[in-house]
Design a protein around this ligand. Structure first.
Ligand SMILES: C[S@@+](CC[C@H](N)C(=O)[O-])C[C@H]1O[C@@H](n2cnc3c(N)ncnc32)[C@H](O)[C@@H]1O
Length: 272
């Protein structure tokens, strides 16, 4: 994977132990809640997800857009199952592999440097696919969902947590865009429903996860505001300001009811 453009910017975000990252993470998470997530998810939320999705020691789980591997490793440890992560950023995969090696999980977790649009996995390779705060990077969601459907065995589950947007103005979009620093392709809940059905999934449950999400989002905004100078030293002034503008816009949109965060659980029908 080339280390240019959006990929290089993700690399900066994935250096978990850089001085600015440490400041950001220590503002957002208590040490016990910091599992190496690059998202708005808490360990408590993952515990509930494991139960809801019926993940147990026999499960083969896929994490789409696994970042630096924190949530994937947490799932493998908590459920005793196998987890594969697919991640497009090389630094993300390298950090994930280091975290996996130090967590002593052996070959129960593996991380692949790949585009989720074309995963290096066999048909029906997993029972459960999850994805945590990644969906907005994909422009062609039907194509992504079709690829996920290929690697999930018939009867298997596809569950993703994602921001959902409705009624955005031009100004709202500009605030979220970060000038293309990180790709963002908005979708409404209705859009997700239609695209999942087109890709051959049957929707089982949709849950709003906005309360805790709003709390996390405010913490990300606070962390960027508090440590803006140190973040600018590492990521550049423009990037630091764009990230802060994004978090502030997102918080406002939640307050205005134009943005939320949803867990969408669907199933690949058996015999299809
Ligand atoms: C907001 S982070 C979330 C990471 C992880 N799910 C977590 O909860 O910590 C989004 C991740 O998606 C990855 N990503 C972006 N485009 C991707 C693609 N086409 N295929 C796989 N991963 C991708 C990014 O590199 C980044 O690590």
């Amino acid at each position: 994977m080339s280390d240019s453009g959006a990929d290089a910017r993700y690399s900066a975000l994935h250096k978990l132990d850089s001085p600015a990252s440490r400041l950001i993470r220590d503002t957002i998470w208590s040490r016990e809640d910091d599992i190496g997530q690059q998202s708005f998810i808490t360990p408590r939320y993952i515990d509930g997800l494991i139960t809801r999705l019926g993940i147990d020691s026999g499960s083969r789980v896929l994490d789409v857009g696994s970042g630096v591997g924190g949530p994937a490793i947490y799932i493998a440890q908590a459920a005793g199952c196998q987890v594969s992560g697919i991640e497009i950023n090389q630094v993300g995969v390298e950090v994930a592999q280091e975290l996996a090696a130090s967590s002593g999980l052996g070959d129960r977790v593996s991380f692949h440097l790949a585009d989720a649009m074309e995963m290096p996995l066999d048909d029906g390779a997993v029972d459960v696919a999850v994805s945590l705060n990644v969906m907005n990077v994909f422009e062609d969601k039907v194509k992504l969902f079709t690829e996920v459907r290929r690697v999930v065995e018939p009867g298997g589950i596809w569950a993703f947590l994602s921001g959902t947007f409705d009624g955005l103005t031009k100004l709202d979009r500009a605030g979220l865009s970060r000038n293309g620093l990180v790709p963002i392709h908005y979708d409404s809940l209705g859009g997700y429903r239609a695209k999942l059905q087109t890709a051959g999934f049957r929707i089982e449950e949709i849950t709003e996860y906005v309360a805790d999400f709003g709390v996390q989002l405010r913490r990300w905004a606070e962390a960027y505001r508090t440590h803006l100078d140190q973040i600018a030293d590492e990521q550049g002034e423009k990037a630091a300001e764009l990230h802060l503008g994004y978090f502030d816009t997102y918080v406002r949109l939640i307050d205005e009811g134009k943005a939320a965060n949803h867990l969408v659980i669907s199933r690949r029908p058996t015999g299809a």
